[in-house]
Write a protein that binds this ligand. Structure first.
Ligand code: FPP
Length: 279
């Protein structure tokens, strides 16, 4: 595939986060109900996960259901939950075959019992897999995540486990849902909107953003590779100057992993073990 030639396998984004937007509009465009748009979107999930695994991305976080999505019509919520359940049932084997470890972030206890049960079962089953992390954001909200972390931290402080002086960005990160997972290097949002929609607010301080008009059900391997190629053309300076980070030819990826004193990746999540390519 032509676009693959443009990609440097040694400078892949280790963690890609995706806001999968546009299922409803895709359905409307094809004169179908919204639910069929979500079903088609689940196909993109399968394809993009496979591609990430194949090219050596270490972690893929997908925004599958936000806390705000609970406000959608009952029938749509039901369909999304059924789709998720079906996805977990269908894909568990594939995850094992491909060495994919499933994790999830969000207010998972608010999911209905059968979905939560299947989710936990799949997470347990795949816990030892080392190839890639597939992290599903479910009933997820960035502000809720931060508030929940603060609540737990205050609890620990009141219990005498931590003191105010212990509170650093690194410690705070450990209270977030994403503990152990490095911050996303690249955020992709499909569907032509330009906002973060309460997604990974704390973690995306230095994430590169890539927006595309392509609707999620149409998003395919070439589109992912195009986003990665664009990511690799950017210079990540983390607030420093171009000279400081070694100019455009410098390996800013190394910087993001090792030189940044409080990058979440430094807490040693599975994603931070290797950089690009197969182990
Ligand atoms: C946003 O599109 C998409 C969602 C709220 C749900 C995403 C779900 C999937 C891609 C399928 C199921 C997921 C998995 C992991 C199996 P939208 O409905 O807001 O689209 P619109 O903006 O065009 O209305």
């Amino acid at each position: 595939m032509g676009i693959m030639k443009e990609i440097d396998p040694l400078r892949l984004p280790q963690h890609i986060a995706i806001i999968m937007d546009g299922n409803g509009r895709w359905a409307e465009l094809h004169t179908m109900g919204r639910i069929l748009g979500h079903r088609k979107g689940a196909e993109s999930v399968r394809i993009i996960t496979k591609t990430c695994r194949r090219i050596g991305v270490r972690c893929l976080t997908l925004y599958a259901f936000s806390v705000e999505n609970w406000l959608r019509p009952e029938a749509e919520i039901r369909a999304l939950m059924n789709l998720l359940l079906q996805y977990l049932e269908d894909e568990a084997r594939e995850m094992m075959d491909q060495g994919i470890r499933l994790t999830a972030i969000g207010d998972l206890d608010s999911l209905e019992a059968p979905v939560l049960r299947k989710l936990r079962e799949t997470m347990e089953k795949t816990a030892g897999n080392q190839g890639m992390i597939l992290n599903l954001a479910l009933s997820y909200g960035g502000r809720d995540e931060i508030a929940t972390a603060a609540k737990r931290m205050v609890g620990d402080a009141l219990a005498g486990k931590i003191a105010p002086a212990d509170v650093t960005r690194e410690l705070f990160s450990k209270y977030l849902y994403t503990t152990g997972i490095p911050d996303p290097d690249l955020l992709i949002r499909t569907g032509g909107e330009y906002r973060v929609s309460n997604f990974l607010l704390y973690q995306m301080a230095y994430t590169e953003f890539y927006f595309t008009d392509i609707l999620w059900p149409d998003f395919r391997e070439t589109d992912l590779l195009t986003a990665i190629a664009e990511y690799q053309r950017r210079e990540r300076r983390f607030g420093m100057t171009s000279e400081q980070i070694g100019g455009r030819s410098g390996n800013t990826m190394e910087l993001s992993r090792e030189s940044m004193p409080q990058t979440q990746g430094s807490v040693g999540g599975d994603c931070s073990r290797s950089r690009g390519g197969e182990e």
